[in-house]
Design a protein around this ligand. Structure first.
Ligand code: UDP
Length: 337
């Protein structure tokens, strides 16, 4: 069984990926500092896969710790690098922390991989690199726009680091997956999103409002140039997203070093905030309290991805619907409360 290191493996996307990797016959090893994740995610993973999972608690920026981990584990064949800070607003207030953590950890990782002869790395990137797109859907060839936040910039810089390192050094294979908006939870309700404090993201805010933890949802603007005036995003079920990582690892098998490529990972379809609210009301069989508020600074009007490349080359395609994702997110929220 191939051993894969999952940094940030206790997080939202990481935990679902650990489950899908196990199902696909890989042996995942988690490293997480639990700064924005919880041990309960490990128990949730173990309930689904019905076996224990190996976890190292520590900081991916700590080169000594990471090197010791690679040495102790011996035969790691690939890494999926999720570990990163992800709050856009916080990144504006604490840019240094974001650059240090998000960019620093990738540099440490690439160095430690090299020292230990590990070639394969999948990196968590984001559709945020496209900014406000000129044309929809965005393809991997769409222009990269100046980042709106230090968080967004860390994703751009990390992609550039990967590209430069792979150009200079024949010993790596790397894939950056540009995620659109990951939502949902595992259908078993054993794992899901665990936002700290008041959620910034739409879906946890919706489910917490429905559960009575928040007074009401504020929809950020309804005068955008979209069919119903609210912003449009490409919402992808986290289980589909997790499976894309398995496909990326399998894709490395057919590539020679050096190899670097980027793939959009979304559904290819856009949904407005109001459509999300209506669909949530349908699957949860209840009305959601919401009001229309001001636009949120930095929000893109519309973005959804062209996912042909992932479809053709990774043989991956999203299979679950917005309804599936919202139902799973709601079941998860009901279990939490
Ligand atoms: N949104 C909203 N109210 C909220 C949170 C988000 O109307 O409380 C909207 C936001 O303006 C965007 C969409 O929901 O159009 C998705 O926002 P999220 O923060 O989840 O992801 P983003 O696309 O900004 O990364």
């Amino acid at each position: 069984m191939e051993k894969i290191l999952i940094t940030g493996g206790a997080g939202f996307i990481g935990s679902h990926t650990v489950v899908e990797l196990t199902k696909a016959g890989y042996s995942p090893v988690i490293v997480d500092d639990f700064s924005n994740s919880n041990q309960s995610a490990i128990r949730g993973i173990e309930s689904i896969i019905k076996q224990s999972v190996k976890v190292y608690e520590g900081d991916c920026n700590d080169a000594q710790f990471m090197n010791d981990l690679f040495v102790a584990e011996q035969n790691i064949t690939g890494v999926i690098h999720f570990a990163a800070y992800k709050a856009v607003g916080e990144s504006v207030e604490k840019p240094l922390q974001y650059y240090q953590n998000n960019v620093g950890s990738l540099m440490v990782l690439l160095d430690v991989m090299k020292k230990n002869g590990v070639e394969n790395v999948v990196f968590s990137s984001s559709c945020t690199v496209y900014g406000e797109p000129d044309q929809l859907p965005v393809t991997e060839k769409s222009p990269i726009k100046p980042a709106e936040s230090p968080y967004g910039n860390t994703k751009q810089v990390c992609e550039e680091i990967l590209e430069d390192v792979i150009k200079s050094d024949a010993d790596y294979k790397a894939i950056a997956l540009r995620y659109f908006n990951p939502i949902g939870a595992h259908p078993s309700s054993h794992i899901g999103e665990l936002p700290l404090g008041v959620p910034n993201n739409l879906i946890p805010f919706v489910t917490q409002t429905a559960a009575g933890h928040r007074e009401q949802l504020t929809i950020f603007g309804d005068e955008y140039d979209t069919p119903d005036g609210t912003c449009v995003r490409d919402y992808i079920h986290v289980v589909d997203l997790a499976k894309a990582h398995v496909k990326a690892l399998q894709h490395f098998k057919n590539q020679n070093t050096p190899y670097y490529d980027v793939f959009n990972i979304g559904t290819g379809k856009g949904n407005s905030v109001l459509e999300v609210v209506k669909t949530f009301e349908k699957v949860s069989e209840q009305k959601l309290k919401y009001k229309i508020g001001d636009k949120r600074t930095g929000d893109v009007e519309q973005v959804f991805g062209d996912v042909e490349k992932a479809n053709n080359e990774l043989h991956w395609k999203a299979a679950l619907t917005l309804e599936d994702a919202l139902r799973d997110a709601w079941n998860w929220q009901k279990k939490l409360k």
